[in-house]
Every structure is written in C-alpha cells, then in structure tokens.
Design a protein around this ligand. Structure first.
Ligand SMILES: *Cc1c(COP(=O)(O)O)cnc(C)c1O
Length: 387
C-alpha cells in the first residue's frame, strides 16, 4: 500500500532486525529443551538465563526475581490472581484505578465475583491517580495495590514512586503494569518500591507472545499455570526460548539507546501535538502535556465520530487507533475517556497516534495534514446532513 504511515506503536511494534537475528538460532539449530542435560539443551538454558539477566538489569531487579510469561496480559493476571490466592485468609481488598488495562480490570472483576472488594480509584482530568487517594483507600484488609506506570490510551505517567512508598509503609504488595513505560521511562523497581511489575516484548520491538513478571524476592504468590517445574515452579510449560531471547535483546537495546531515542521521539510528539492544536479548530489533547509517554498523542475533535475518522485515516494511508487496540471493534466507549471526561464521547471523536523508531518529521506533518482534511470534511458533511 502506498505511503503507509504507521502511528500505532502503542498497539504493537515491528521486531528489530537485530532482535530477530538473535532469536533465529533458537528455532532450529539450538532448539533443545532448556530443562535437558545435553549440549543443545544447555545452550537454550544459557540463552534463557542471559535474557533473564538482561530483563533484570533493565528494571533494577535481580535475575532470580524475573519470571517469563506469554506477555503483558498473562503477567497482569499472574500478579493479581496469584497474589489474591496466596493472600486468602488475610484481607480480601484490592486497590486499583478506573483507567487500568483490561488485563488488570478483568481479573479484578473476576475476584469481585469471588467475594473480593475492589476499589477503582478515580483519576483527575489528565488521567492521574492521586497518591492521597491511594492512602485513603487503604484498609486493614487491603492485600494488593495495582496501579499502572503509564496509561496505554492517553499516555499519562502515574506517580508510581509515591504510590510505592505508601504501599511499602503499609506492608501491602504493589503491582504496576509497566508494559507501556518500559523503554520510554527509567523503570527502577527498587527506587520505586515495586513488588510486582508486568512487561511485554512486542511493545518494545520484540516478538509478540512473550513477556515477564518481576516478583520481588519474598513476595507470597500462587501459581496459575501448574505443571512442570519451569520458572522455579511458578509458571509451568517449556520455555519459549526464541521469544525469551527476543525479549532480552529488545529490552537490552531499549535500555541502551533510551536517552537519545526518547528525546527524538518526544520532539516529534510535541511537534504533532503543537501543529494539531494550532491547525485543527475544535481539537484538544487528552492526557497531560508534560508527564506523558514520550511517544503518545491522543486528541479529541468536536463534531466528528471516532470510527469514521479512523477509517478515513486508514484509507489515506495512516494507521492509528481509536484508543486501545483491545477495545476497538467493540462499540463500548473508552473507559479511560469516560474516567477523565464523562460523556465527552457523545460530543466528539478521539484518536490515538503513537510514534516509534521509524517515525519521521515528514510522517508527523503528513499525518496532521491528512487529519486536518478529514476532520474538516467530516464536519462539512455533518453540517450538510443536519440542515
Ligand atoms: C499491550 C498492553 C498489555 C497487554 O500486553 P500483551 O503482551 O499484548 O498481552 C497490558 N497492559 C498494557 C498497559 C498494554 O499496553
């Protein structure tokens, strides 16, 4: 297709050629089962353990605190359900926010059906959770606090350091979904007093279907996938060696060039935000201007429908998203937009454009130009229809 401009890096990213090259030998040449005792098995085991060190190093953890999973969703489920099951007998209360990813919200809803109490904290109009609200929500029954590091729809960076200190002061395990934050911000589980952290490879130029959960040593947690003794008995199943190698390589590269890469992307992000707000009337930015993911732009436009806008953007060669990939296709309004501006989706449509390594200034300018034309066109059509 001509002139495709991909601006949906928050949904997924292409595997970097270097990452793919490191993965390939583990599909056939070094295909051994990491649990085996012979040569090719030992090669696979060494590769898995090297990736574990790479992931640990990138987030300030110990290798023994990293557990490989099938991705961000599994890591979130493992954290929430695993802690809840281990905590049965203690309190049955969880604190989370209204704007979490569904991989956090839905396990929480399931626990509610099983008799747990869940507090879904509100956020301010920029999508920020207030640490004071977290503190106030703590009860003697609170068994887990789960607040994301960065929101996948509107890009808000949450005050995880402050929340981690509050959780620590009360002795409550603190989980954070850092799937969007890794590679974009300086993630450090010790500094921020994080007990569990979810991450995913395909959001950072690694392969789909691989992720990890960091679990601080000494945290009580139950296994969800039972079987063999892989991942120190916590997550059964023969390791996805190639995927794990890909995650290790991707996170190593993300960490190595973070300062330079995020600076360049932040510059493009600010250019897109500025030109959109300046040249498209009736537009607004969702999420904060400063404390936001370096690659996230999220706009609302008065008098325009999200679905139509996205379809027209696609026809014009721009791949963007209505919010999160996981909710598009459903007609449900975004729970995140509902939380920051209730009812806003009745008056206008919104679009998320997320930038990445391949994005150029020309892409940004072209995407804004196309967006301006489409928004103008849709409004004209609408005013004709309303006459
Ligand atoms: C993408 C995403 C997930 C899910 O990760 P998968 O690896 O696709 O399962 C979870 N949380 C956030 C914030 C995400 O952006």
């Amino acid at each position: 297709m001509k002139n495709r401009i991909y601006l949906d890096y928050a949904a997924t990213s292409p595997v970097l050629p270097e990452v793919l090259a490191e993965m390939l030998p583990y599909f056939n040449g070094k295909f051994g089962n990491p649990s085996g005792v012979y040569g090719t098995a030992r090669e696979a085991r060494q590769a898995v353990e090297q990736a574990r060190r790479q992931v640990a190093e990138a987030i300030g953890a110990e290798p023994g605190e990293i557990y490989f999973t099938s991705g961000g969703s599994e890591s979130d489920n493992m954290a929430i359900q695993g802690i809840a099951r281990a905590a049965s007998g203690r309190g049955r209360h969880i604190i989370t926010s209204r704007i979490e990813h569904h991989a956090v919200l839905n396990p929480c809803r399931q626990l509610e059906r099983e008799g747990w109490q869940v507090t879904y904290l509100p956020v301010d109009r920029f999508g920020r959770v207030s640490p004071e609200d977290v503190e106030k929500a703590v009860t003697p029954d609170t068994a887990l606090i789960s607040i994301m590091s960065a929101n996948n729809e509107i890009g808000t960076l949450e005050p995880v350091g402050e929340i981690g200190r509050i959780a620590g002061a009360h002795g409550i395990p603190f989980h954070t979904d850092a799937v969007q934050a890794v590679g974009c911000t300086d993630v450090d589980v010790r500094r921020d007093n994080i007990d569990l952290l979810s991450l995913s490879a395909h959001k950072i130029y690694g392969p789909k279907g691989t992720g990890a959960l960091y679990i601080r040593r000494g945290t009580r947690i139950e296994s969800l996938i039972r079987g063999g003794a892989q991942e120190r008995g916590l997550r059964a199943g023969t390791e996805n060696t190639a995927g794990i190698v890909g995650l290790g390589a991707a996170i190593r590269i993300a960490k190595a060039d973070m300062a330079v890469r995020t600076e360049a992307i932040r510059h493009l992000r600010d250019r897109m935000i500025r030109t959109t707000l300046e040249t498209i009337p009736g537009s607004c930015l969702n999420g904060p201007a400063e404390e936001r993911l370096c690659n996230n732009c999220h706009f609302s436009f008065d008098g325009v429908e999200s679905e139509t806008l996205l379809l027209r953007m696609d026809l014009a060669g721009v791949a963007a998203s209505g919010g999160s990939a996981c909710t598009s296709g459903s007609t449900e309004p975004s729970h995140v937009l509902e939380a920051i501006r209730p009812g806003s989706e009745k008056t206008g449509g919104s679009i998320r454009l997320t930038l990445g390594r391949e994005t150029t200034e020309a892409d940004v300018d072209e995407a804004v130009r196309i967006m301006r034309e489409i928004v103008t066109d849709l409004r004209n059509l609408r005013s004709v229809l309303l006459k």
